[in-house]
Design a protein around this ligand. Structure first.
Ligand SMILES: NC(=O)c1ccc[n+]([C@@H]2O[C@H](COP(=O)([O-])OP(=O)(O)OC[C@H]3O[C@@H](n4cnc5c(N)ncnc54)[C@H](O)[C@@H]3O)[C@@H](O)[C@H]2O)c1
Length: 249
């Protein structure tokens, strides 16, 4: 397939639903071969079917990024099916909101485990191949909560702030290998946003300068740009694709 990502092999974690699914399909339409990962089998297989229906190639790896063996299996799926890995999008995510004084250790550990440890796990497994190839693009999906903080989201905000630190450290470490590491802060209407109480959601939407929540399709062009060779001279950056939400809060 022709396109900005022609011939590239991409992994998108948590691509069974939401932003991850939108990114995986859009990247496949730009010519990438996709590894679809999710904790849940049916949505992951549905994403792979949508990619194949669009005439592109996809392989599925079901499992959690929060586990070392899960992350290794995802990257191994790219190598065994397509022979390399060019692009890693650390997108998988959960929220377990609670006020700090009531937050359980499980709520803290699970959220930090999927976002921060998950990104660390997958990156570590992927960079071994990228360093040998002397090329690669890593895109970490962060959140405005990681910059501004959020009531009831100490776990999530801390995990996303950690991912920003990971992005910048990894950008410095891997620059010499031709590996670019950047982050995207999205805002898109997904299952995750749907779980926010309606009243709060309405207030949030009104404060977005461009007047609406985005869609996964709104996020995809920026990810495709950072995954493509057009971004070879960009690393260690955080780009907000959020209708201006980040300047409004
Ligand atoms: N939607 C937004 O406005 C928004 C804003 C800021 C950041 N984000 C971030 O974008 C990313 C995608 O969120 P979304 O809104 O599409 O949510 P979503 O709930 O629609 O999708 C997340 C996917 O990740 C999967 N997942 C959960 N735990 C996993 C694990 N351990 N291993 C593999 N997969 C796992 C889920 O099964 C789900 O399919 C997340 O990292 C989220 O924090 C979203």
């Amino acid at each position: 397939m022709k396109g900005h990502l022609a011939g590239k092999v991409a992994v998108v974690t948590g691509s069974g639903r939401g932003i991850g699914r939108g990114l995986a399909i859009a990247m496949a339409k730009e010519g990438a071969k996709l590894v679809v990962n999710d904790l849940d089998k049916d949505p992951a297989e549905e994403t792979a079917k949508l990619i194949k229906d669009a005439g592109a190639q996809a392989a599925v790896c079901v499992g959690g990024v929060d586990r070392r063996d899960g992350a290794q299996a995802i990257i191994d799926t790219a190598i065994s099916n397509f022979g390399r890995i060019d692009i890693l999008v650390n997108n998988a995510g959960i929220i377990r909101d609670a006020m700090m004084h009531k937050m359980t250790e499980e709520q803290f550990d699970s959220v930090v485990g999927v976002h921060l440890k998950g990104a660390w796990n997958c990156t570590q497994a992927a960079v071994k191949h990228m360093m040998e190839q002397k090329s690669g693009k890593i895109i970490n999906i962060i959140s405005l909560a990681g910059i501004s903080g959020n009531v009831g989201q100490a776990n999530y905000s801390a995990a996303k702030a950690g991912m920003i630190g990971l992005t910048k450290s990894n950008a410095k470490e891997f620059a010499r290998y031709g590996i670019n590491v950047n982050a995207i802060g999205p805002a898109a209407f997904t299952r995750m946003v749907e779980s926010i109480p309606e009243q709060i959601r309405e207030v949030m939407a009104k404060r977005i300068p461009l007047g609406r929540f985005g869609t996964p399709e709104d996020i995809a062009p920026a990810v495709i740009f950072l995954a493509s060779e057009d971004s070879n001279y960009i690393t260690g950056q955080v780009l907000h694709v959020d209708g201006g939400m980040s300047i409004a809060f």
